[in-house]
Design a protein around this ligand. Structure first.
Ligand SMILES: NC(=O)c1ccc[n+]([C@@H]2O[C@H](COP(=O)([O-])OP(=O)(O)OC[C@H]3O[C@@H](n4cnc5c(N)ncnc54)[C@H](OP(=O)(O)O)[C@@H]3O)[C@@H](O)[C@H]2O)c1
Length: 255
């Protein structure tokens, strides 16, 4: 099926250089959007831009480190300067550290994970909301996690950051609903990207154990998240705001 739901729209994808963000940037490009990819790795950003352009789409990479407030400010100056508008934003850049219990977490780990996953999303929304309101409406999707809905032994820091994203999502949704801006979140389960590989790099049996705990008995694909993100931004989701969408092959249904 060839649909062009996002023709003439400008969309920002943070963390668009790999994994879920990359798949989402490509999907938006295929559906006619002008895609702004924001992340740190320039070579990968250029590859995603090339791929979108080869498929007939429009894209730009703006080097951004979401842990640096000045870098985020620059990203939005660039967006305003180039396009004068923004229609959708996928705040997806995120990081994790090795499984670490609460009492063993270091200050550096706290700062890295919170400044990337939480402060980065908040600061992006701080600039996105006025742009979307000025535009007369739009949609924001934030990347939380299944670990934003529940937690796990050793996941306290990451899980805290992803729970907090849902708090931001719900509060912001209430603030801007009357301005026709919708704010939702996706909560991916285990998706085949570089991020969860850290969990089984020392012991491949961990991967098998995780798969056995997933009712659909497999890891998800980045495209299985990007489809949901595009749906949440589309008119098909026009009555949905302040909600989280869990996509994890049934993971977490059982207590
Ligand atoms: N894969 C999973 O199982 C899973 C499950 C639940 C939630 N998630 C969430 O999904 C999101 C995407 O992760 P992924 O699985 O696709 O892993 P990934 O391939 O490692 O992607 C992470 C993305 O975040 C970007 N990023 C990280 N730190 C950044 C920074 N300081 N500034 C700008 N960009 C930064 C990276 O780009 P650069 O390195 O180029 O900057 C990269 O594009 C994350 O928020 C993650 O927490 C993933």
């Amino acid at each position: 099926m060839n649909t062009r739901r996002f023709e003439d729209k400008v969309v920002l994808v943070t963390g668009g250089t790999s994994g879920i963000g990359r798949a989402t940037a490509l999907a938006f490009g295929k559906e006619g959007a002008t895609v702004v990819i924001a992340a740190r790795r320039e070579n990968l950003g250029a590859e995603v831009v090339d791929e979108i352009k080869k498929a007939g789409g429009e894209a730009v990479f703006i080097k951004t480190d979401v842990t640096l407030p000045d870098s985020i400010e620059n990203l939005f100056k660039e967006i305003s300067g180039r396009y004068g508008r923004l229609n959708y934003a996928f705040n997806n850049a995120g990081t994790s550290v090795s499984q670490r219990r609460t009492a063993k977490t270091t200050m550096d780990e706290w700062n890295l994970v919170m400044n990337t996953n939480l402060r980065g999303v908040w600061l992006c929304m701080k600039y996105e909301i006025p742009l979307l309101v000025k535009q007369g409406g739009g949609a924001i999707v934030n990347t939380s996690s299944i670990l934003g809905l529940r937690s796990d032994d050793g996941a306290s820091l990451y899980s805290a950051s992803k729970h907090a994203i849902l708090g931001l999502t719900k509060a912001a949704a209430l603030e801007v609903a009357h301005r026709k801006v919708r704010v939702n979140a996706v909560c991916p389960g285990f998706i085949e990207t570089a991020m969860p590989e850290k969990l089984w790099e020392d012991d491949p049996t961990v991967r098998d154990a995780i798969i056995q705990a997933i009712p659909l008995r497999r890891l998800g694909k980045p495209e299985e998240i990007s489809g949901a993100v595009l749906w949440l931004c589309s008119d098909a989701a026009s009555f949905m705001t302040g909600k989280e969408m869990a996509i994890g092959g049934g993971h977490g249904i059982r207590p």
